[in-house]
Write a protein that binds this ligand. Sequence first.
Ligand SMILES: [Zn+2]
Length: 324
Amino acid sequence: MYKDKLINNKNPQTETLSSQIKNLLDSQIVDWELAKNNYKGLESVKVKDFSFDGFSIKIQFNPSRIISTSAKVDAKSIQERKCFLCKENLPKVQTGIDYKNEYIILVNPFPIFPEHFTIPKVDHKPQRIKENFEDILDLSKDLQDRYAVFYNGPKCGASAPDHMHFQAGIKNFMPVDYEFESIQKITLSNSDNLRISYTENYLRNFISLESPDKYQITKAFNKVYDSIEQVEAKDDEPMMNVVASYQNDEWRIIVFPREKHRPSHYFEEGEKQILLSPASVDLGGVCITPREDDFNKITKRDIKDILTQVGVGKEKFDKIISGI
Ligand SMILES: [Zn+2]
């Protein structure tokens, strides 16, 4: 158990979960050298913007992300390393906030967002979305005043595919958050309680679910999951990234079906290589390059190519849509 890692919440009745974890961040960047340096470093990271038709993609040069970007996530490498999300392997100085006795909310010491959290399950269980879907709904609702919650599939950017975890970051940092209403979407179905839509021209197309009803949105997610599984059968789970948020009394779930873990650029050598390993945040519109060279040389065409490669192709996407 993580018990000795938990800090006490002074005002459980009056403080929202968001403000509790914001306080956690404020105290960890005082006590924890690594977190302090990396959050400080974030203030001076380089960012550039590429405009596409009706949306934009940001590139963030962030050297502290090299560990995650280049993480070896094959079964053998995972087995040979200590799990960095298990309680006994957390740094001594790291503390966290309990969530329902099932998760612990921790400060991510290698941030992309100015406020970035990792939310591992207490138990060392594999990264799976279907059986934990209700938790991403609860978390996004409980954090609605400040944060969006996201999930990276075991082969879609999670650097601990063996230990179930979500992440949270401030809302409206990823372009998909603030572009959502304005980007072109096609409505697949729309009832009082549930709207299902999808994009066709967003480079990395997604399916979105919006509903105030937990039962309805869960049922719809399961349908989307099953449809992706039909088209993209995989050993552990169909490949996807999920971004969840809660506003105006309803959930918004964005599912990015995936075809590839990493684009061909990742495996090139020398000049041709671009070290970019897309996960939820990249698909959300903030692509991370941990090497400055890659940040400098990456072009609009590269971005288009990278995102198109890791998302599912048109034919498969159409099949997924028709299966929902
Ligand atoms: Zn673990």
